[in-house]
Design a protein around this ligand. Sequence first.
Ligand SMILES: *[C@@H]1O[C@H](CO)[C@@H](O)[C@H](O)[C@H]1NC(C)=O
Ligand SMILES: *[C@@H]1O[C@H](CO)[C@@H](O)[C@H](O)[C@H]1NC(C)=O
Length: 192
Amino acid sequence: MWPLRLWDAQEVALFLSLTLYVCHLAGAISIRSPQQSLTRPVQQDVLFSVDISCVGTPTIQWTFMSGRVSRDIGAWQPGGFTNVSEEYMDRVHTYTNGSMGLSDLRIQDTGFYVITVTELSGSSKDEGFVLKVEEVLYEDLQYLAVFAVGLASLAGFLMVSMWLMDKAYCRIKAWRQRRQMPENDVTDLQPL
Ligand SMILES: *[C@@H]1O[C@H](CO)[C@@H](O)[C@H](O)[C@H]1NC(C)=O
Ligand SMILES: *[C@@H]1O[C@H](CO)[C@@H](O)[C@H](O)[C@H]1NC(C)=O
């Protein structure tokens, strides 16, 4: 009796979880993204690449978040409307697979980007991306290096000149002392 009842319970549980899984699959929105953490230099472009699968035509919405700031970037439907906020109008590119391109990056674009996919049924799913926009320091560093080398050479030159001048001064002093010595002897001797 006992083993049979246990088997029944297990079977029921399995059936239930399988049913739940299938139901879940039917209403599931999947957002696949190859990379969710991106770093780009200033003025370059970025593509938040996603591939969505869901039932029917989804509504795609992208939101920007940084600290306490939360901004709507835009929303669109593949083959339907496209509504990009004025702020991003000339920098945002929308794709039917849900991806969003952002061009002419600025430091202030650093932050979180969230895509929300909503099905007609009302169920939705989010996926987050992190973008870091970096200042290009390379050229500045080159100038700084050249400046530092120039400054170091100047300092070196000044040090060497001072050392040479000091030596020359000592020599001249010694030479003058040596030249004055006989004269002194003469003047010393004169009264005699
Ligand atoms: C989505 O579409 C864009 C443009 O066609 C493409 O570059 C990108 O690779 C696609 N993303 C995925 C994850 O397939
Ligand atoms: C477009 O977006 C703005 C603000 O982001 C919103 O007020 C407006 O209702 C949207 N229009 C459509 C057609 O979705």
